[in-house]
Design a protein around this ligand. Structure first.
Ligand code: PLP
Length: 456
């Protein structure tokens, strides 16, 4: 047996091919994609498709690598709940000492459900917090409100006064740094709705500090998502560090810098090419590569903060859970319109919106691969929804996959299930968490009854 295939070399433990042998002579029948130790074919039989599958070991290892990268500085990792808000995943992260970044009352409720005491490690971001959300967060005793406008400041002060509490605040400043990412997920420019212009922050801090029931405690930023270059992060931290010095000079006690999230992942690794996996190679980021990458990120953030004496708050989402998830789907039909080929699958844009919304690329691989290489074909992978925008991939080269067979859409652990909907009255997919040899249903598949439950 080819040893390369027995242990996934240089890969995160999630999603690797293993050889399948048949017959008396134990002849190789081909390869099957598994998550940790479990073949995806077995999960599809047991739980059906479309199915979100996550690797617990991958989430744990990525979080550990991330925490380790910052170990030289006082810091708290506040996982960004919106990337993937499944309770079991939040529980796993809470168990590792994580805090949480929430952007709604609903996300706060999820964190409290998982661990009431985690409230002390919660930061609350977002441009449109309601009074009800603020009051819930004040009652829970969260660590920090990231305030995004002057008006919000006064509403928060009023809510805190009513509850006889003090709200610890940071202003989310907009550093006007371009992040070189998709326009919909870039947030750090003047034209975006987020934060207050960094040039106006000082005056606003002065107003806030004169307000009873508000306690100025930090400065926060978040410049966007899926950022894979380190310069924007470093440039942002330079500006934040300068602001912190000014604020301290003005007499404010700045305990925290919240650096936001946004660290990107390698969607287009190319290394899950079936041929390269068969050869035991893999160009995608392995866990040690990720540790290096997280370390570079830490350097970019910590460099400009040298000598500042603050506690750094970090809000990674995608970088922790993205590569830990795959969407498993069955090919319903093969179809040709003249020369164009389609794979119609049982997952759709309601299950995974990123390709339709951002033109995002997700690697797609067949779950079962025969021993002999087959020629490739160029296909659009599409869902059953009545929209031409309902595609999961366009003009993608894939080995031919027969009707009834499975494919896996990779790197969907972040903003996959979280962005799903019931469009076309499609019940949402089930979610399964794999940990080594065990697989656990962590969200059951919705039913038609679930869809109509709230209608009168
Ligand atoms: C979305 C978001 C994050 C997480 O972003 P990732 O790119 O998933 O790391 C962090 N902080 C804030 C304020 C956000 O809006």
């Amino acid at each position: 047996m080819n040893r390369h295939l027995a242990t996934p070399v240089g890969r995160p433990p999630a999603f690797s091919y293993r050889e399948v042998r048949h017959g008396l002579l134990r002849r190789s029948a081909g390869f099957v994609l598994g998550c940790d130790e479990i073949p995806l074919t077995r999960l599809a039989e047991r739980f059906g498709t479309p199915l979100y599958v996550y690797s617990a070991s991958t989430i744990r290892e990525r979080m550990r690598a991330f925490q380790r990268a910052f170990r030289k500085a006082p810091h708290t990792v506040c996982y960004s709940v919106k990337a993937n808000s499944n309770l079991t995943i939040l529980r796993l992260l809470a168990g590792m000492g994580c805090g949480f970044d929430v952007v709604s009352g609903g996300e706060l409720e999820r964190v409290l459900r998982v661990d009431r005491r985690a409230a002390r490690r919660v930061v609350f971001s977002g441009v449109g917090k309601t009074r009800e959300e603020m009051q819930a967060a004040l009652r829970a005793g969260i660590l920090l409100f990231n305030v995004e406008s002057e008006s919000e400041l006064w509403v928060l002060a009023e809510c805190a006064a009513r509850l006889h509490k003090t709200a610890r605040i940071a202003l989310r400043v907009n550093p006007d740094v371009p992040a070189n990412t998709h326009p919909y997920i870039s947030t750090g420019l003047q034209k975006h709705k987020f934060g207050v212009p960094i040039g106006e922050a000082r005056a606003l801090y002065a107003k806030a500090s004169g307000t009873r029931h508000l306690k100025v405690a930090g400065v926060s930023v978040h410049i966007g998502s899926q950022i894979t270059e380190m310069e924007p992060f470093a440039a942002t931290m330079e500006r934040v560090a300068a602001l912190v010095r000014e604020l301290r000079h003005d007499g404010h006690e700045i305990e925290y810098i919240d650096a936001g999230g946004g660290l990107g992942i390698a969607y287009e690794g190319g290394g899950t090419e079936v041929s390269s996996i068969k050869a035991g190679g893999d160009a995608r980021l392995s866990i040690t590569d990720f540790a290096d990458y997280a370390f570079q990120y830490a350097q970019a953030l910590l460099g400009p903060l040298r000598g500042l004496k603050v506690r750094l708050l970090l809000e990674p989402g995608r970088a922790i859970v993205g590569p830990a998830g795959a969407l498993l789907t069955t090919v319903s039909y093969r179809k040709n319109n003249n020369s164009k080929k389609f794979l119609v699958v049982d997952a759709a844009m309601n299950d995974l919106l990123r390709p339709s919304l951002y033109g995002a690329f997700h690697e797609i691989v067949p779950v079962e691969v025969p021993r002999e290489d087959r020629a490739r074909e160029t296909v659009d992978v599409v869902g059953p929804i009545c929209e031409s925008g309902d595609f999961l991939a366009r003009d993608r080269e894939l080995p031919p996959v027969d009707e009834g067979k499975l494919i896996a859409i990779l790197d969907v652990g972040a903003y996959g299930m979280a962005l799903s909907s019931n469009y076309n009255s499609r019940p949402r997919a089930a979610e399964v968490l794999v940990d080594g040899k065990s697989a656990k249903l962590i969200r059951r598949r919705e039913t038609a009854g679930d869809l109509m439950r709230y209608e009168l």
